[in-house]
Design a protein around this ligand. Structure first.
Ligand code: FPP
Length: 255
């Protein structure tokens, strides 16, 4: 069964048959949407959808790692999500605690390195601590980077990066004109990662909701109707297969 569905690559990875080895996205970013609707459909409270969504995070992390993806960025909580009812916000803030409590052994076994980007200071102390601990525990892992965007907003990130780049320039007696794209990008929270090749959004909505606004300038977009708790490894493969058939021109023309 395994041999029929997967083909061996020259590395240690085994790829699903419909994928080619040469165009695996280095960085996949996902807007995990539809937890609430998933729960509503089942007459469950919204938090049941978030809980199920947490399990999907683990499954998709493992699947992305097996495909050889280098960075997986997941939009877990936006700077706008504080507008939600207090009990839902509290539940969402506890999810990283549950997630790392439950899945850390599997993340370690898969050689996953955890990063959390966003404005940490505004998070509850327990969440800040667990996030710090997860990054510390996994810091020597060399496999997939699992990058959570937590209390993250794209516009706020660009402003912070511009301010920080300008501060650096002023300290060097530089000028405003020296603020280049490269310099600004070096101050983004993702400065050590490649830009996302593929942006996936679940649940049928076709918008970017303030997610990685700078970094997705040339990303390929993939929208799928399934709600996040139903999204699975086969759906990820399908998204990557679609990506592999796209022609990326980065503003140029096809060869
Ligand atoms: C969007 O669905 C989802 C979120 C705002 C939260 C996403 C969080 C998870 C999937 C779990 C994250 C896990 C960890 C470990 C941090 P929605 O609530 O907006 O759904 P709706 O649009 O159907 O209401």
């Amino acid at each position: 069964m395994f041999n029929k569905l997967f083909k061996k690559t020259n590395g240690t990875k085994a790829l699903p048959q419909q994928l080619t080895t040469d165009k695996i996205p280095q960085h996949i970013a996902i807007i995990m949407d539809g937890n609430g609707r998933w729960a509503n459909k089942r007459l469950l409270p919204r938090i049941a959808g978030h809980k199920e969504g947490m399990d999907t995070v683990k499954k998709i992390t493992m699947a992305a790692s097996k495909l050889g993806v280098e960075v997986l960025t997941l939009y877990a909580f936006s700077t706008e999500n504080w507008k939600r009812p207090t009990d839902e916000v509290q539940f969402l803030m506890k999810l990283p605690v549950d997630f790392f409590d439950t899945f850390m052994p599997e993340l370690m076994a898969e050689n996953v390195r955890v990063n959390v980007m966003g404005y940490h200071d505004a998070l509850p102390l327990q969440t800040q601590n667990v996030v710090k601990q997860a990054m510390e525990t996994t810091k020597n892992n060399t496999g997939l980077v699992l990058n959570f965007a937590l209390n993250y907003g794209g516009r706020a990130e660009i402003i912070s990066a511009a301010q920080s780049a300008m501060r650096e320039l002023l300290a060097e007696n530089g000028t405003v004109e020296q603020l280049t794209e490269e310099r600004l990008a070096a101050h983004l929270m993702t400065s050590s990662y490649p830009e996302p090749d593929l942006l996936i959004r679940t649940s049928g909505e076709m918008r970017v909701s303030n997610f990685m606004l700078w970094q997705i300038a040339y990303s390929e977009f993939y929208f799928v109707d399934k709600h996040w708790p139903d999204f699975n490894a086969a759906d990820l493969t399908e998204a990557v297969a679609t990506y592999q058939h796209r022609t990326r021109r980065f503003g140029g023309i096809s060869k």
